[in-house]
Design a protein around this ligand. Structure first.
Ligand code: ATP
Length: 352
């Protein structure tokens, strides 16, 4: 079903272009994460969906309805801000029911809805507490409940985890995702944390300098990033300079390395990047038989933390990281000469 459609949307502040010609389509009920470094325009895009900013050009539709110039209070959206923006002088219940009161819902209706929402966020019975008596995680849940009080059709969250400590953040990512799936509500979350985006999203939009660099399912972006910026932003990647040789292989030093995917079309002899993910490559002692599709190197660091073994290898002056499970432990240490096996299925080629 057609959901959120963002068409040719740009936003300029004087000479600053915050969002530049963005086109995106999402299905109703999806969880979307806008991911990117500070200043790339993700908050501005979210605020345009909310109606807090008007696009300089372009349109925003939801379920076929043109929202572009509809004022914020006439859009059926719920929003959670980075700071939660709860009213400190009101109780939890009054905070949650605030928008219902403004819209003239009766006291009985408000009380019922507050009870229902507090059950939903697993904090039953706290309606009379003061905001100052709540922990960070509880405040966040109350902010979520408040945003959902009027059953919005779009749920928007701007960096919702940034005020929480690391452990709580992870738990809340899972909780928010479960809640979103239960409600089936179209949700957009702004974040600069790639793990958060990978945990929660049906679709990730990677942004850089006011533009969309790539948009798609989290694993598709992880497996096939369009360029080195996206490859570096989503997960850890090894990027080695190589020469395109046109026969399904690239040259790294004197070694031909076969690849399975190329993002772009390249000419023979062109300088490219050979990309691998650390968990898809293997390290073997150079004293053993040379595997297919392997480059040579010397171990510079080993970190064995039980569940995984991380090995850094210097290959012709470039650092390659391999993350292995204990069953693949090559038993190497700093200074060991090794082969780094890069199976063709693990190798892709990107523009340099
Ligand atoms: P962050 O993660 O730091 O919040 P962001 O990706 O959300 O960054 P935006 O806040 O959307 O980025 O800002 C994008 C660009 O637009 C920045 O260069 C910013 O300085 C500029 N900008 C945003 N709002 C305004 C404004 N009201 N007036 C002028 N420039 C603005």
């Amino acid at each position: 079903m057609s959901g959120l459609e963002i068409s040719n949307v740009s936003k300029h502040y004087g000479a600053v272009t915050a969002v530049n010609d963005v086109n995106l389509r999402f299905n109703k009920g999806e969880m979307i994460c806008f991911l990117g470094p500070s200043g790339c325009g993700k908050t501005t895009l979210l605020r345009m969906i909310a109606g807090l900013e008007e696009p300089t050009s372009g349109t925003i539709h939801f379920e076929g309805r043109d929202l572009t110039h509809v004022p914020v209070h006439k859009r059926n959206i719920g929003m959670v801000f980075q700071s939660f923006a709860l009213f400190p002088h009101l109780s939890v219940g009054e905070n949650i029911a605030y928008s219902m009161k403004i819209r003239g819902h009766s006291r009985a209706e408000r009380e019922d809805r507050v009870r229902e929402l507090l059950d939903m966020i697993h904090l039953p019975g706290i309606e009379d507490r003061r905001i100052s008596q709540l922990s960070g995680g509880q405040r966040q849940r109350v902010a979520i409940a408040r945003a959902l009080a009027l059953n919005p059709e779009i749920f928007l969250l701007d960096e919702p985890m940034s005020a929480l400590d690391a452990n709580l953040r992870e738990a809340m990512q899972i909780e928010l995702r479960k809640l979103q799936q239960e409600l089936g509500i179209t949700t957009v979350v702004v974040t600069h944390d790639q793990t958060e985006a990978m945990t929660m999203a049906d679709n990730i939009v990677v942004m850089g300098k006011a533009k969309v660099l790539q948009s798609g399912k989290p694993l598709d972006i992880y497996k096939s990033p369009v360029d080195k910026f996206v490859a570096g932003f989503i997960g850890t990647s090894n990027l080695l300079p190589a020469t395109f040789s046109g026969n399904g292989a690239v040259g790294f030093g004197a070694t031909d390395v076969k690849y399975s995917a190329a993002n772009g079309s390249f000419a023979n002899g062109e300088q490219v990047l050979l990309m691998t993910r650390p968990e898809e490559i293997f390290v073997h002692k150079a004293s053993e038989t040379r595997p297919e599709n392997a480059i040579e190197g010397t171990v510079t660091f080993v970190r064995d933390i039980g569940a995984t073994i991380e090995i850094l290898v210097d290959c012709n002056g470039y650092e390659v990281i391999s993350v292995l499970t204990p069953k693949d432990d090559p038993d190497v240490h700093v200074g060991t000469k090794v082969f780094v096996e890069m199976p063709p299925a693990a190798c892709s080629v990107l523009a340099a």
